[in-house]
Design a protein around this ligand. Sequence first.
Ligand SMILES: [Zn+2]
Length: 388
Amino acid sequence: MTTLVTHIASLVTNDPSLGDGPLGLIQDAAVVIDGDRVAWVGETSKAPATDNRVDAEGRAGIPGFVDSHSHLVFAGDRTAEFNARMSGRPYSAGGIRTTVAATRAAADTDLAATLDRYLAEALRQGTTTMETKSGYGLTAADESRALRLAADRTDEVTYLGAHIVAPEYADDPAAYVDLVTGPMLDACAPHARWVDVFCEQGAFDGDQARAVLEAGMKKGLLPRIHANQLSYGPGVQLAVELGAASADHCTHLTDEDVDALAGSGTVATLLPGAEFSTRAKWPDARRLIDAGATVALASDCNPGSSFTSSVPFCIALAVRDMGMTPDEAVRAATAGGAAALRRTDIGRVAVGARADLVLLDAPSHVHLAYRPGVPLVSAVWRAGRREV
Ligand SMILES: [Zn+2]
């Protein structure tokens, strides 16, 4: 079964050989979808005949968003914590620990329903690939449960047993690292593709982070890392040294950190939903791009510090406050996310790529930043299937 989508006012392909500029923009474009793949891309006037035809009627087209960072296996509610933070009131409940307690107590069916709900919410906003992590279980059984539930729903699953030190180990963090790199890893590795660690003051230091990532790598997992979010630290340098696919957050970077990223295959994944929701300093995307680093944008969707599943919202923030051009932000949220997940089959609209295509109720992808907060996504194909 082949489907031809015609009259796409402007199509972002992310393949410079297909059109103008780094985005490979094609005006009045058409795309042929054959099964789950893109079979042809070009101008509408040159499109081949197909079984079905869909007229985009002058809407813009982009690859589906690749959201390379989220934490969707959770239970519980942290509305009061956000409300207190935004109201300038002190709040003493335990942050991540609150979510850990609720997640441990939740039934599998409740966690699955939450996952399904937020994956569907993201899909409606144009996200066709979503990475998600464990990290609210912090026992071997609870972490492996989280990963098993996630792996049933997405290919991009990350073991984050080293999110924080589990409350039971507050007095003995070294013993917790032994658990994360030992029995918990053994239980979790079969369900995950990636290993991650929150390298930050109050979470895991550089030596602990190295131990977690190297143990995961020995089990065949690929490294990525929460680095330099709240303070300067060793996370980015560790990511580059270990050849991590991505260093995520990158809010506090020295010149040496920026140079290391620029000279590496490690993507700098920026998560502006977190800075927005905590009124924190923005990461400096302009500085990274000017240095030559590859930048991705992702949602960091989680109930504590960034409860948004909206990549368009992150694009708008990145353009408004992080020095990115609209073209750069859209590319970072598609091709950038794919690079951060080491995927070549997604994040672009080109022959052979997975048929992940989004149409916008707008004549150009620039409207994602120009019209912030407006639900512009009007159609979504994922792996060739019309989902929205
Ligand atoms: Zn995160």
